[in-house]
Design a binder for this molecule. Structure first.
Ligand SMILES: [Zn+2]
Length: 254
């Protein structure tokens, strides 16, 4: 019975995260009743119901018939699954609340980067600072571990960033400063002891996705995107790591 309750809280949290994902990049504010992302019409209450709104409309906006991004129900689903898995591991504890907050930042950041290729500087650095402060006060994390994670990820990602700029001077860099800030957040939130594992999951996912895009272009002749949102994969990797291992991962070396 408590699982059902946790899943319901997950649906509500997912709706809240979608609100941020939809409105922050487009309107930079959260006032007013939700409108269709396609045609701007006011939505009925059941259209904004998490997960079920998308299902009830069959993936197309009822007002204008245009396709709705599958990202939104996916965010709902990922949030529910994450919350249920965290609850099963840590029950109702500071661990669960902390991990859910970290997961929320990862889901919002990953989704916005996927849609807009954009990682916000101030919110990401603010979340990093928040994670460092909280690390000081909770039993399962430590200030030293969080700070070491920030510095290790910061140095590693600045190197990536400089390499990307040197290798792709003419293109829009495939690896931006936003990815550096995101790496620092993951370092702070999970700590140095979990950083290698969390980043490895994300890099493997990004590599697998990039490889499948190349195959799609070459063998299926399909029009595949030329770039991938690297930050999205870092977020998914860190989220998977967090749900599987929590903050007590296997070892610093994986
Ligand atoms: Zn519409």
């Amino acid at each position: 019975m408590d699982i059902v309750l946790v899943a319901l809280v997950g649906l509500l949290l997912g709706a809240l995260l979608n609100l941020v994902i939809i409105r922050l990049p487009r309107e930079r504010g959260f006032g007013g009743w939700p409108r269709c992302t396609r045609c701007g019409q006011r939505l009925a209450w059941w259209q904004i119901a998490p997960l079920f709104g998308w299902l009830a409309q069959g993936g197309r906006a009822r007002c204008c018939g245009r396709r709705l991004d599958v990202l939104y129900p996916l965010v709902d689903l990922v949030t529910v699954v994450t919350l249920v898995l965290l609850y099963l591991q840590h029950r109702l504890s500071i661990s669960t609340v902390y991990s859910a907050a970290v997961a929320a930042v990862l889901i919002v950041t990953g989704a916005i980067d996927w849609q807009h290729r954009l990682i916000y500087t101030l919110p990401t650095l603010g979340a990093t600072l928040g994670a460092v402060v909280v690390a000081f006060g909770v039993p399962f994390h430590s200030l030293l571990n969080a700070l070491a994670g920030v510095f290790a990820a910061g140095i590693l990602f600045v190197i990536f960033y400089l390499l990307a700029r040197a290798l792709f001077p003419a293109h829009r860099a495939p690896f931006g400063l936003g990815d550096v800030y995101l790496g620092m957040f993951i370092g702070a939130a999970l700590g140095l002891t979990n950083l290698a594992g969390a980043l490895l999951y994300g890099m493997l996912l990004a590599g697998a996705f990039a490889a499948s895009l190349v195959l799609l272009r070459r063998f299926a002749g399909r029009d595949a995107p030329q770039y991938i949102s690297y930050g999205t994969f870092l977020c998914i990797g860190a989220l998977i790591y967090l749900v599987i291992w929590g903050l007590a991962g296997p070892s610093p070396l994986l």
